[in-house]
Design a protein around this ligand. Structure first.
Ligand SMILES: Cc1cc2nc3c(=O)[nH]c(=O)nc-3n(C[C@H](O)[C@H](O)[C@H](O)COP(=O)(O)OP(=O)(O)OC[C@H]3O[C@@H](n4cnc5c(N)ncnc54)[C@H](O)[C@@H]3O)c2cc1C
Length: 386
């Protein structure tokens, strides 16, 4: 029996789910809000772990292609003191394939392959338990029904309210992202400083991380503790001598506020901010640790929609493995009752694993943006010994 299955969202979770179903010749409708594949920049680089994201790609039959496209050298990690002294300079062995990096756009294209995504289909609401199945309403007024609707629509999921009242809350830590292009030719000193992978500098309650993507592109993340409305009064909230509110769309104003916030750090490190192009404001939100819900027949969640956690390198990995596992469970479930049992069992497994990672990443975030910067170094030594 062929179940009518829809997945809402074409991110790592939704596409992996659809791709594994496709491999098993099971039809699936992929509904994505973005109007087209390249409607917005795909974002930075992701490291895919052997036991999570790479396992999922294996289930999709895409591991060999991933290995050809990914950057094992991107695992390199350098940590500097705020005065520029190199504290750690970790290089992967040439055969190390534990956590290679891949650009998000490359991963998306790899997963998309033959999939037929319905672009421009923003979902507004999901209503379980109608006579014809689970009803999906779209922003353009259309609607459709399915036997199973999988919410893989990220942090601000419109599917989640069908199963859970939980909403993301602010962690107290904000990230501002900028980027540099053609770093090897335009900023060779910065290229050397960053190396082949990532470079991080940890100060009191703040850090700066630069991460190499392919093609000489570098993403820089400034993270700091701040109230959500920190930009409305830099004097009161950030101790900066500037009373007027900061216009987050004003590139030069954001640059100068960040330079003031990281004042006193080594000049080459601050050059990452001086040469950054646009700045994107990303307050870090999370769902409650160990978020679960009472099972609702016909609807489930994957990835950030189910367990948004701090960006410490596992969110996409979990999202992909969950997508692959749910797809395998669904294809092994012949009848309607079997489908529901398969989804229930999958949820139990997802909640247990995601709960463990949510605790680890929350504790990790506290240590990476800590009043005591040696905590960040200690965390690095725990996870990356030698
Ligand atoms: C700076 C940063 C760095 C990170 N680095 C890593 C890393 O190295 N490794 C890692 O594993 N994780 C990393 N993460 C986390 C990772 O990005 C997320 O966990 C992952 O993208 C979650 O995938 P997802 O498919 O669940 O959701 P998303 O990637 O958010 O995808 C959701 C999709 O649903 C679509 N959508 C949203 N709403 C609707 C709607 N109403 N209707 C239809 N479609 C909709 C969106 O357009 C999007 O395509 C990082 C996160 C950040 C912010």
């Amino acid at each position: 029996m062929r179940h009518r299955i829809a997945v809402i969202g074409g991110g790592p979770a939704g596409l992996t789910f659809a791709r594994v179903l496709h491999r098993h010749d099971h039809p699936v409708t992929v509904l994505e809000r973005d109007p087209a594949r390249d409607a917005r920049p795909p974002g930075g680089t992701l490291d895919l772990h052997e036991e999570l994201g790479q396992l999922a790609l294996g289930k999709a039959g895409l591991l060999a292609e991933f290995q050809a496209l990914s950057r094992p050298e991107g695992q390199a990690m350098r940590i500097l003191d705020t005065d520029g002294t190199v504290l750690r300079d970790w290089q992967p062995r040439p055969d190390d394939r534990a956590n290679p990096e891949i650009d998000r756009g490359t991963l998306r294209d790899l997963l998309l392959g033959p999939l037929d995504v319905r672009w421009g289909r923003g979902v507004t609401e999901v209503v379980p338990g109608t006579r014809d199945g689970v009803l999906v309403r779209f922003a353009d007024g259309r609607q459709a029904t399915f036997d199973l609707v999988v919410g893989a629509d990220g942090a601000w999921s419109r599917v989640r309210p069908a199963v859970s009242p939980a909403t993301p809350h602010y962690t107290g830590i904000t990230m501002v992202e900028t980027s540099l292009d053609d770093v090897d030719t335009r900023h060779p000193d910065l290229a050397r400083l960053i190396g082949d992978g990532s470079m991080a500098v940890f100060g009191v309650n703040r850090n700066l991380v630069a991460q190499r993507n392919s093609g000489g592109h570098v993403k820089v993340h400034a993270q700091f503790r701040a109230p959500l409305d920190w930009h409305t009064n830099l004097d009161r909230h950030m101790g900066l001598n500037q009373r007027a509110g900061l216009d987050l769309a004003d590139v030069e104003a954001v640059r100068s506020s960040l330079l003031a916030l990281f004042d006193g750090w080594a000049a080459p490190v601050l050059d990452l901010l001086r040469h950054g192009t646009a700045f994107v404001h990303r307050p870090l939100y999370v769902l409650p640790v160990s978020h679960t819900w009472a099972h609702v027949p016909g609807v489930t969640l994957l990835g950030d929609a189910a367990h948004l956690m701090p960006p410490l390198g596992v969110g996409a990995n979990l999202a992909m493995l969950e997508g692959a596992e749910l797809a395998e469970s669904v294809t092994a479930a012949p009848g309607p009752g079997d489908l529901d049992e398969a989804v229930r069992a999958f949820e139990q497994q997802m909640w247990a694993r995601a709960g463990r990672w949510a605790k680890i990443t929350m504790a990790g975030l506290e240590r990476l943006v800590s009043p005591d910067p040696t905590e960040a170094l200690a965390l690095f030594d725990e996870v990356q010994p030698s």
